[in-house]
Design a protein around this ligand. Sequence first.
Ligand code: HOZ
Length: 430
Amino acid sequence: MGSRARSDELFAEALRHLPGGVNSPVRAFRAVGGNPFFVEHASGARMWDIDGNQYIDYVCTWGPAIHGHAHPRIVRAVQETAAKGTSFGTPNPLEVTMAKLVCDAFPSIEKVRFCNSGTEACMSAVRLARGYTGRDKIIKFEGCYHGHVDSLLVKAGSGALTFGQPDSAGIPSSFAQHTIVLPFNHEGAVRSAFMANRGKIAAVILEPVPGNAGVYLPKPGYLQFLREITEREGALLIFDEVMTGFRLARGGAQELFDVRPDLTCLGKIIGGGLPVGAFGGRREIMDCLAPEGPVYQAGTLSGNPLAMAAGIASLEMLDQTTYERLEQLGSRLESGFREAARRAGVPVQFNRCGSMFCAYFTSEPVRNLDDAMRSDRERFARFFRAMLEAGVYIAPSQFEAGFISTAHTEEDIDLTLAAAANALQTLGTT
Ligand code: HOZ
């Protein structure tokens, strides 16, 4: 790896004008040390910084780049659409095409509304659940992150957790008084919460495969349990599939685990790399939204043709072979990483679901936030820095997911494994 002098210089300037030098906290590299690099361009599975260094990228713009960067078909769709106007604030045909694609892929979604980010999608889905049920309380889970929504920034994952502020300042306690926070994968806690709040819980919201405190999986039967208890208690089940939608399967985690939620939040992949969000679900719930019903939600750029065009191009390229390919690459990375860790004598839990993965530096299985917190974060930081020096970019936080794209090749995975084997050797075995 060469010098990053130009990135360092630009970051010093950025620090004078942007809080932390960035527009989203984890990017500042504070959890891993050093300065972030500035990207000059990216193509396929690779990124190049402004100093000319090349990286194999497993951040994949935090999930959206399932086809890799600058896929020609997505670039063409954006260019052709932009030439006709970028936003009209009045209906455009691409919104309908996109809505059909989403409803076809997700049988639980009969109607969908597009917005501009995953945060907006989750905020609006919670409002809709409250409006539909006439109840106030929401159950969320420790380590799950649903964007920076006031009432959901309680024991949250992602940047909030990375910087030790899972409960953000600036949120009056009254805003979160209706949020009940429970450990993930713990059925007894959910039963007790419903018993103590009979008739008051509007919804349970979760990432069905949490990907904002690293990655951990639901225990067998856990999602089915949540489906049954919410149905019995008259609460809605909201799956935040901003990360997992169209990634774990075309129909997301709900297809993979065969559970139908009442509402689903989407983002990331459905925008093909442009800002987008969506929430959708059963017709009678969605029809509570304005202008059909009393729950208000709106947005100047919602459904804008650029995001729709990029999203359509992205979704049209996803088929069964995509997911088989991602599984092959993921499994190669997983088995190689485990073997490298075993050889180096470093205790690692490599959690993976399809093309989402996370390596935790602990000898104990990771199934919830408490387990994830046992990972040795100082060791993660050293591992991150060694990987970066070897030209492999993983998320600069223990509490984020890694993503594989269809643009990654076996050779990329093998180069990554060689870098990981070297990095793990330097970490020491204790
Ligand atoms: N917090 C998001 C990922 N879980 C986005 C991070 C970023 O864009 O910096």
